[in-house]
Write a new protein. Structure first.
Length: 134
């Protein structure tokens, strides 16, 4: 009975082929998103340490911190429910940016602000690496 249905309705076979192409297209879009996250993260961290202007450096710091929180959210929510230690690690990386923001706001000394920059950047780099490879 099934064979006769396929002969009468050959369009069902084409639908299955289209669905598989859509599956590969979704993976391509996912890969492009991961590449974009990596490029934006790398450029923002590089600019954070290469910029001499204090106002631009502060703006980049807040961008890196908020970007790290977004990357931590994406990493944590992309994992299955039973991967609790990995999820906690992702959320801890996002929380490091919150701590870095608190340090940056409380202290206006350049060395302390540089430590906050390093903390936020390191958390972002580890978060992106976790998102890509682990």
């Amino acid at each position: 009975v099934y064979l006769s249905q396929q002969i009468k309705h050959p369009s069902k076979i084409k639908i299955k082929k289209i669905e598989s192409e859509e599956f590969f297209m979704a993976l391509g879009i996912y890969t492009l998103i991961l590449i974009a996250i990596t490029v934006v993260s790398g450029i923002s961290v590089a600019l954070l340490f290469l910029t001499k202007n204090t106002k631009a450096k502060n703006t980049l710091f807040y961008f890196v911190s908020l970007w790290n929180i977004l990357v931590a959210y994406i990493s944590a929510t992309s994992l299955p429910m039973n991967f609790i230690p990995s999820k906690l690690f992702c959320w801890a990386l996002g929380f490091l940016s919150v701590i870095a923001i608190c340090i940056h706001v409380k202290n206006k000394q350049p060395k302390v602000q540089m430590a906050a920059n390093i903390l936020s950047s390191a958390a972002l780099i580890v978060g992106v690496l976790k998102l890509l490879f682990f």
